[in-house]
Design a protein around this ligand. Structure first.
Ligand SMILES: [Zn+2]
Length: 267
């Protein structure tokens, strides 16, 4: 059975030279589906083309908080005006994101711009009832406040590369969201994250690589979808189950959220 890497950036230039080989190696390792998360408007057409070219690829359109942080409020509005059109037509985006708040990798002083972009994208996700891909780093209190006040779409969503403890995971679960785990859970000192992974119900859990970023310890310098197996192993160890069960449940959950990646005949 093939599994889904529920969050990566295979559209990034880092993969331009050997994208087909990367997809083939992933498939050989059992990873045949990919959710390519959006970061800015320039990438959206490229993501759509990849989804058209490769069965197993789906994508979301969004303005990532680190990109929103670099834009003026007018430029943010222009970018987000183009978002609903991404949800239409052949090989359309299946969700909204990445969106959220980041006070670590973006200057905390840009938080007002980030909040503006986040709330506008939340509104589109609710209006069109599409699932969210949330990027929240060192801003969980503010993000939860906004999610509670504005509301989460019925279609739900995922807190990608979750970085908190089990109590924080519960707050997102209460809002109907899924929790995604990435390479950091493979670190020897990731006790908090393993606590969260132990706790998240199996029907709300996703595994992802975030390639080309967040390679697990000992992984390739440019992270690749093949490291999904290592992430699944770390989550499985935290829960005392087999990695295959984590991969199967994560793939099923990703399809419930974002639609079918892999035709049943390929399973
Ligand atoms: Zn990402």
């Amino acid at each position: 059975m093939l599994h889904v890497d529920t969050h990566n950036h295979l559209d990034f230039p880092a993969f331009d030279a050997d994208r087909d080989a990367v997809l083939e190696q992933a498939r050989a390792a059992g990873v045949g589906g990919h959710l390519i998360a959006g970061v800015e408007p320039e990438h959206w057409p490229r993501q759509r083309v990849l989804a058209a070219q490769h069965p197993g690829i789906r994508w979301t359109a969004g303005l990532h908080p680190q990109w929103a942080a670099k834009l003026t409020p007018d430029a943010i509005d222009d970018a987000i005006d183009g978002l609903p059109a991404q949800l239409d037509g052949p090989h359309a985006a299946c969700g909204i994101g990445e969106t959220g708040l980041d006070r670590l990798f973006a200057d905390p002083e840009t938080l007002p711009s980030q909040i503006h972009a986040f709330r506008a994208q939340l509104a589109i996700a609710r209006t069109h009832d599409r699932p969210l891909v949330l990027h929240i780093v060192r801003a969980h209190g503010k993000a939860l406040e906004i999610l509670k006040a504005d509301g989460v779409p019925a279609a739900g969503g995922v807190v990608h590369s979750f970085s908190g403890n089990r109590e924080l995971a519960r707050e997102y679960l209460t809002l109907g969201l899924h929790i995604g785990f990435a390479g950091p859970i493979c670190r020897a000192n990731a006790r908090k994250l393993r606590g969260a992974a132990e706790d998240v119900p199996l029907d709300r859990l996703l595994v992802e690589t975030d390639a080309p970023d967040q390679s697990p310890p000992g992984g390739p310098a440019r992270n690749e979808p093949t490291t999904l197996i290592a992430v699944a192993e770390a989550v499985a160890a935290a829960r005392g189950v087999e990695p295959d069960e984590v991969l199967r449940r994560s793939t099923r959950n990703a399809e419930a959220l974002f639609g079918v990646f892999l035709p049943a005949t390929e399973e």
